[in-house]
Design a protein around this ligand. Sequence first.
Ligand code: EPU
Length: 420
Amino acid sequence: MDKLIITGGTRLEGEIRISGAKNAALPILAAALLADEPVTVCNLPHLHDITTMIELFGCMGVELLIDEKMNVEVHASTIKHLTAPYELVKTMRASILVLGPLLARFGRAEVALPGGCAIGSRPVDLHIRGLEAMGADIVVEDGYIKASMKDRLKGARIFFDTVTVTGTENILMAAALADGESILENAAREPEVVDLAECLIRMGAKIEGHGTDTIRVQGVERLHGCSYSVLPDRIETGTYLIAAAATGGKIKVKDTRPDIIDSILIKLQEAGADVQWGDDWITLDMHGKRPKAISLKTAPYPAMPTDIQAQFTALNAVAEGTGKITETVFENRFMHVLEMKRMGAQMDIEGNTAISTGVTNLKAAPVMATDLRASASLVIAGLLAEGDTVVDRIYHIDRGYECIEEKLQLLGAKIRRVPS
Ligand code: EPU
């Protein structure tokens, strides 16, 4: 298992390009299962989670063509098995995204029930209930969600009790091939849901209202092939901007989308950053200053993403003043706080809030990541610490950050990967 060794104390400076969004690429790949012609997905990030999805397609017998730019052409009609096995689902919960498409297109699906994970219990009851409302027969047996239907899924009105990103995506994909109209209420408004809807529309789906909390879908009998380029990763964008702000640095991120990260840019400005942007780039300059502590509360889009909470917590660890970070999406997403305390951060958790008083310097320590975004926050903490920080279990990082050490090196960071 690889480790990252980071020698802290360098201000990040330079330019990097942002990769395609993991959380848009995964549902878009799943959506390709709905088409009766090849679908080509472009701007895919080179990440373990994408490889896992490709491996899952391999298990199902779906033929894929991958070119040197990592554009993937999916031939769903070659499918042989309608099962997502536990071995893959346990390494990537997003495998649940094949449930809706398999059922809608092939009438049957068996997907291992994802268990809890490091950030919370994460049930999938809303995915199941939505499909049942569309006429699917679903039983949970032997650790698998076994879904089938007699004829074709029927359009339905579905109200999500909780805003769920992959839940909305699963039902949206199923509704695209259902018989009649579906109305998804209290739907997720995340840009990744919008990107999926745009891809489905390019495949011939009839969808309106994506990006609002009410999505209307007129089911169609078939979806055709298309080529679609995944949107840039807003969480990767935010992670590098926060890392730069925390180190008092000056960076430019290119091939990104400033219009979908308002909540993050506003907090960076509150932290004292000079932030400018154009259509597809953002610059951040701290003019060498120490950041000011910020307070935030995570919530579904357009509010502050839970996936950027840990990174802002790292910034607060060295910021001037007191910051309060409240997590409302997942019940157990503060494992990084305990690791940062081992590096000298002054932080306490009260209920679902991490309260910090910034220190001028963190001290290097061996730390261990428990999930993807916590790992990213520990890398940021390492950039801020005196000495060599060793971040263990970085397979989490490789699930979601393309070439993180190369990109940080381009920004001047002293970071290297070593096998343990
Ligand atoms: N929830 C339920 N029942 C359900 C589904 C969700 O109670 O059937 C609850 C969850 O337990 C949670 C809340 O609803 O408390 C929101 O969870 P959501 O379903 O939106 O999360 P997700 O779809 O499983 C996606 C991202 C996560 C991101 C969350 C929140 C993908 C592949 N994953 O997960 O990304 O944190 O939305 O924005 O899109 C990451 O990239 O590191 C990551 C964890």
